[in-house]
Design a protein around this ligand. Structure first.
Ligand code: VNL
Length: 388
């Protein structure tokens, strides 16, 4: 064969893959599928799959391909995976991020590559400030902690001990709760921080018992609530007269039903309950359970589901263009109905604006649910709002 012919054949055989690469938009979905935060990965992966099953895999003439990677919630691994997804797979989106350190480790890559980073789980306020290409569909801890403080003081609680996991979102929960509670006239007897990895709550719960507050305010991340409740009961705190109040991360739908009747009556604040009373949520819960062996969707799942919606709608607006700046511009100010209620993306901060619900754990049809009884509408992240 002549050299000319060889080159021609080589060029031809190269052609189809080039065309299909241009017609495909890739999403690099990085989640903790194993390890301590595996339930978060499982919930978000299931929600992403459900979204695609309901809405198809073609948007603005492009095929949407999700590439799932397990970072085991180790930030160095998250960063390496993000780099590989950008350089080798040429993803147009990085998405997922079960823990704050993983989201923060990825931020410089999003900035450098001008690739949109959709944070579907992590909740530390400052994450959205780490890159102009970050947008969040989950929540911030201050969003739920401030309304919890407000409810507590209004309902006769005067002295509180706070107990949080010792990392970004825990510090945000502690500070935003106690700032609001003290401003209203309450007192914080003690602020306890428990290690994130393999936590043993017992020694901390002993301090709570000794301090005898009216209430204990708790944040632990999704997946750790059941262990906390178990030790709360083992230490006899459920019979101490000290009320338990929390962010909804503790009374997580993923684990709530297994916590037992001891959590009945616990007041907590959050953005999503599987029991949320809307037609859209009923469809969501039913479809999610059907596709996942009756697993109940939790707040992490809706962060993933809504993140996919944001990606799909942004691509429709850019007519399939994957330029990071255009996509971020398309996402700013976008508003839609989520299974959790109405939500939007703040055009200034790229953070989520959503209702926060005050809920009480109750038995409904023989199962434990967070039953919403009050709504604080359209809550922006209070930490960023206070900086303005
Ligand atoms: C974070 C915040 C993670 C709240 C959580 O569960 C959570 C985080 C894994 O920012 O890392 O419930």
């Amino acid at each position: 064969m002549l050299r000319r012919e060889i080159l021609a054949i080589a060029a031809l055989s190269f052609l189809p893959s080039v065309v299909s690469a241009q017609d495909t938009v890739k999403i690099g979905l990085i989640l903790p599928m194993t390890g301590q935060q595996a339930s978060t990965g499982k919930q978000i992966d299931a929600a992403v799959k459900l979204y695609q099953a309901q809405n198809g895999t073609t948007v603005a003439g492009k095929k949407i391909e999700v590439i799932l990677k397990d970072d085991t919630s180790v930030p160095d691994v998250t960063k390496r995976l993000a780099q590989e997804l950008v350089v080798n797979d040429k993803v147009a989106f990085l998405a997922g991020f079960g823990l704050t350190p993983s989201a923060l480790a990825t931020a410089p890559i999003a900035t450098q590559a001008k690739v949109v980073q959709v944070v579907m789980a992590a909740g530390t306020s400052s994450i959205t400030e780490a890159s102009p290409f970050i947008v969040r569909t989950s929540f911030t801890l201050a969003q739920s902690s401030v309304p919890m403080a407000e409810w507590a003081f209004k309902n006769g609680i005067k002295k509180v001990v706070t107990l949080v996991s010792d990392f970004g979102p825990g510090i945000d929960a502690e500070k935003s709760f106690s700032d609001k509670f003290k401003a209203d006239g309450g007192a914080i007897a003690e602020a306890l921080r428990v290690p994130l990895r393999n936590p043993d709550f017992s020694p901390f719960l002993q301090k709570v018992a000794d301090a005898k507050p009216d209430a204990l305010f708790v944040f632990v991340p999704s997946g750790a609530g059941a262990q906390f409740i178990k030790q709360f009961v083992e230490r006899g705190l459920d019979k101490s007269g000290i009320r338990l109040i929390a962010t909804g991360d503790v009374t997580d739908d993923d684990q709530l039903n297994g916590m037992g009747d001891v959590v009945v009556g616990v007041i907590n604040t959050h953005n999503y309950s599987a029991n949320h009373d809307s037609a859209f949520n009923k469809i969501y819960v039913e479809a999610f359970k059907k596709a996942n062996g009756n697993l109940r969707p939790n707040f992490m799942s809706v962060g993933g589901y809504d993140g996919m919606h944001l990606i799909y709608e942004a691509l429709k607006k850019t007519k399939g263009a994957t330029d990071g700046e255009k996509l971020i511009a398309a996402m700013k100010g976008m508003a839609w109905e989520s299974p959790r209620g109405p939500i939007s993306i703040d055009a200034d901060t790229r953070d989520i604006v959503q209702n926060i619900y005050v809920r009480k754990v109750e038995k409904v049809g023989g199962e434990l649910y967070n039953v919403e009884f009050a709504t604080i509408p359209n809550v922006k992240d209070p930490v960023k709002a206070a900086k303005k």
